[in-house]
Design a protein around this ligand. Structure first.
Ligand SMILES: [Ca+2]
Ligand SMILES: [Ca+2]
Length: 239
């Protein structure tokens, strides 16, 4: 893949640390617009530099971090890129990845409006100002290219419950159900919900005849099962 970089006036020839960049593809030339515009495609996260990010979706070599951003911008816009200054290795990433240290790495996040990047490549939107049923929450998430969050690790749960607007006294719907087989809770990724994070006494399917509890919500920092018609807050994640 040959890359032609057409740097517009006043734009830097290479990525400056901690800067924002807006990249545009036009007739096989890439226009790099610096901080002169209000909308920015990529933002460098200096706090996460020098970490390793894997597994990679697309690996390429590039001569600069700017080229790396361009590779990861076209034809698919990836959520994250890492570029290693020493090796020229460019990774285009989606999703949460490893964080062991690798000197020389720089990490960039694509800006996604309405979502907060709370971990490399993990974009979430916590809705804690309106309550909806599970079907509506699923629809709202999917309408913006997201899904109800799959909180299949303690680390993910802790990051959600640590958000400033996390409503710890309320229910927050997440992406798991036992609709398929009663009592067998699965994330939408097909992974079983582990036992360790259930609240005491849950899942209990409610114990009310005729009222199934087949959906899952966070309550404080533990999961409960509740009726899918129950109105609750929810959290989406980009996929
Ligand atoms: Ca159930
Ligand atoms: Ca329950």
């Amino acid at each position: 893949m040959k890359i032609v970089i057409d740097v517009k006036e006043k734009s830097p020839a290479k990525c400056l640390k901690g800067s924002f960049y807006d990249l545009r593809v036009d007739n096989f030339k890439y226009h790099v617009i610096g901080t002169s515009v209000g909308w920015h495609n990529w933002q460098e996260d200096l706090t996460n530099s020098n970490h390793q990010y894997s597994p990679s979706i697309l690996i390429a070599t590039a001569s600069s971090s700017l080229e790396c951003l361009l590779v990861c911008s076209d034809p698919v816009e990836y959520l994250t890129t890492s570029f290693n200054n020493a090796t020229g290795e460019c990774h285009c990433l989606n999703g949460i990845t490893g964080t062991s240290s690798q000197p020389g790495n720089r990490i960039w996040f694509r800006k996604v409006d309405g979502f907060t990047n709370i971990w490399p490549g993990w974009y979430v939107r916590l809705v804690s100002d309106v309550t909806v049923d599970e079907a509506t929450a699923v629809l709202i998430c999917s309408n913006v290219g997201a899904r109800l969050a799959v909180l299949d690790t303690n680390d993910k749960i802790n990051r959600i419950t640590a958000l400033p607007d996390y409503p710890s006294g309320s229910y927050v719907l997440v992406g798991a159900t036992d609709k398929q087989t009663e009592g067998v809770y699965m994330w939408s990724t097909g992974v079983n919900v582990t036992d360790s994070r259930w609240a005491t006494g849950d899942p209990n399917n409610g114990g009310i005849p005729g009222v199934e509890e087949d959906c899952v919500a966070l309550s404080s920092s533990f999961f409960i099962d509740l009726p899918c018609t129950h109105l609750a807050y929810f959290v989406c994640e980009k996929v």
